[in-house]
Design a protein around this ligand. Sequence first.
Ligand SMILES: CCCCCCCCCC(=O)SCCNC(=O)CCNC(=O)[C@H](O)C(C)(C)COP(=O)(O)OP(=O)(O)OC[C@H]1O[C@@H](n2cnc3c(N)ncnc32)[C@H](O)[C@@H]1OP(=O)(O)O
Length: 183
Amino acid sequence: MEAEVREPGDALAAPAGWRPLATHPVGAIIAHYAERSFVAGDPTGQGIRVRYAWRAMSPDEACVVTAAEPAALAARAWFGARAEGPPGHAHGGSMAAVLDEAMGLAVWLAHRAAVAAHLETDFRRPIPLGTTVTAETTVGPAEGTGKARATARLVGDDGTVFAEGSALFVLLGPRHTFAGGGA
Ligand SMILES: CCCCCCCCCC(=O)SCCNC(=O)CCNC(=O)[C@H](O)C(C)(C)COP(=O)(O)OP(=O)(O)OC[C@H]1O[C@@H](n2cnc3c(N)ncnc32)[C@H](O)[C@@H]1OP(=O)(O)O
């Protein structure tokens, strides 16, 4: 039997100053993807609920990115009973999945379509089920022939850092098949 887990109520609302993903031109495309994502695609379920948001990048951030309308991405994420790992707490895979997807979408918004090539996760504190956290992301400049690094962390409303991720994304080009390969 699943544990009783506190519902998020309105805690998934975008942080102050952030806008719903669907209101950004590229964000609207990836918001459509997010509707069927196993990470964010069940916004009322008992697994993970994720809501993405964007804001315009500051001039400092914008100078290192390549998209036509570069944007920064954050997410609010809630972990329910179906995301359980250790008793009463979130599964590490669910935390890593949120970090991976948030970083991936952040790279799409800052550069272009990309896939993760390498992903690292540090689990700092267990997340009690029923907790809503913010996934904060950063994206670096395009490097070499087409790759970019990103970081993300899951931060509680009291400032607790529950997990940190870093990843290398390969920016997709004509030699890649992902765009038309059933994605
Ligand atoms: C509509 C919105 C959808 C949003 C979706 C977001 C989802 C969230 C993100 C994901 O989870 S993506 C899914 C998980 N990832 C994959 O399935 C990718 C599987 N791997 C591959 O398909 C290929 O390995 C990959 C496309 C990533 C790279 O193959 P390539 O043949 O294009 O790259 P190549 O091997 O030539 O390497 C390109 C550069 O990346 C570097 N690189 C590649 N893999 C690396 C690696 N694992 N570690 C470190 N560096 C790596 C490589 O050294 C090189 O550096 P340089 O440009 O400096 O020479």
